[in-house]
Design a protein around this ligand. Structure first.
Ligand SMILES: *Cc1c(COP(=O)(O)O)cnc(C)c1O
Length: 409
């Protein structure tokens, strides 16, 4: 019989969202009349905007004609999209990133997992706690960890704890590490990293010859002009960082699928003999071999987000979700809850009242307010006692959910 990848058997995951689903459907079955409002999952709710729809329709029409039909595209993405990203997301902010340093893909979840293909198995890896679970699980699958302990922490990973005393922005590691995952604006805590914080990380990476994997999936939600949108806004970052961006949350592409990874040409890793090796070349080789490019129609849609109309429509979507986040912050604060995030990110991270555990608070909201959120403990041991609510919802749902939550607290 075939041997399996034994590392998969170490995984604790597949627990959080299935368990939420189990509790919600048990409640719904027992209370068929309850109108449950879901504020748990980080998925957008608003439809595609007109500029994007028009561009995608046009692209389908091109595919329908022999003269303009397209087969396989470049594995790295079409030039029109890479150029638009470089110009608008980076050069316009004074960041020197060129189109050939941008790799278009079908998602940041895939990219943050796939990137491990090009790194060795003996790196020390630092991951925040609480955290987007993909970073942890992909390292477990790749055999970079030992087994998990009772709190769900894997042997071999360096956990960077976020808590109230550091405002859920973890400090630098106290032991040397090689690979560091950072996500700002953060999922699940909704917090952001200041320019000073990011500069400290870049300096740490330069001093320790470490590499930062920077997940900027929520950069478009930043409202504070002092907060960097890209790690490459920090001087010296091009020698020590890879950045992931996604069209999922800013233009509602969670179901359409398009993202990008920035790998600077000058970024180097080390071979077994100590020689310098281009990370850009390795990623290019990896993508050319295992990936056949994102869909032309999808890339046309993503590029339309950079047109003046597309920009304006994207702004409208973000303002809509961030107004929800503002209402959530205000109403929860009025209800006596301590809240984090929700200013530069579409997530509100709250401290459970009366020291309830994350799951006890989940049950309270589900049973009494018929509102579904996400227990903080599902994002890591340090998330225990906290809870995440997502601003991705209709205004009516947000208003009703807040009213119900307030009335049961
Ligand atoms: C939603 C999200 C992404 C985007 O993933 P896609 O695969 O591009 O949809 C990336 N990172 C984090 C932390 C996210 O929450």
């Amino acid at each position: 019989m075939v041997h399996i990848n034994q590392n998969y058997l170490k995984l604790k995951a597949g627990y959080l969202f299935p368990e939420i689903g189990r509790r919600v459907s048990a409640f719904a079955q027992a209370h068929p009349e309850a109108k449950i409002i879901r504020m748990g999952i980080g998925d957008v709710t608003e439809p595609l905007t007109p500029a994007i729809i028009a561009a995608m329709h046009e692209a389908v029409d091109e595919m329908a004609q022999r003269q303009s039909f397209k087969g396989y595209g470049p594995e790295q993405g079409y030039g029109f999209l890479r150029e638009a990203v470089a110009a608008h997301d980076f050069q316009a902010r004074g960041v020197d990133i060129s189109a050939d340093e941008i790799f278009i893909s079908d998602g940041s979840k895939c990219d943050t997992g796939n990137i491990l293909d090009i790194f060795g198995s003996n790196n020390r890896i630092a991951i925040s706690d609480p955290v987007y679970p993909v970073y942890v699980d992909t390292n477990v699958m790749a055999g970079h960890t030992g087994p998990a302990d009772a709190s769900g922490r894997y042997e071999g990973l360096v956990y960077l704890v976020g808590n109230e005393s550091n405002g859920f922005v973890p400090e630098l590691p106290t032991v040397p590490v090689d690979l560091i995952y950072l996500c700002y604006p953060n999922n699940p805590t909704g917090t952001v990293a200041s320019r000073e914080t990011l500069a400290r990380w870049v300096q740490y990476a330069r001093d320790n010859q470490a590499l930062i994997l920077f997940d900027a999936a929520y950069e478009a939600f930043i409202s504070d002009p002092a907060i960097p949108h890209s790690i490459f806004e920090i001087e010296g970052a091009k020698d020590v960082a890879i950045e992931f961006r996604s069209f999922s949350k800013n233009i509602g592409f969670t179901g359409i699928r398009c993202a990008l990874t920035v790998v600077p040409r000058q970024l180097m890793g080390r071979g077994a003999g100590g020689e310098k090796v281009s990370i850009h070349q390795l990623w290019n080789r990896r993508q050319s071999t295992k990936f056949n490019g994102a869909s032309y129609v999808v890339q046309k849609g993503a590029a339309a987000a950079y047109s003046p109309q597309g920009r304006q429509e994207m702004r409208g979507l973000i303002d809509f979700y961030m107004n929800n986040a503002r209402l959530m912050r205000e109403e929860l604060t009025r209800a006596g809850i301590r809240v984090f995030g929700g200013v530069n990110a579409p997530y509100v991270w709250l401290k459970t009242p009366n020291s309830l555990s994350s799951w006890d608070f989940f049950d309270l909201l589900l049973n009494k307010a018929n509102v579904v959120g996400t227990p903080g403990s599902g994002f890591g041991a340090a998330g225990e006692g906290y809870f995440r609510l997502s601003a991705f919802n209709s205004l009516a749902n947000v208003q009703e959910a807040l009213q119900r939550i307030h009335s049961v607290l």
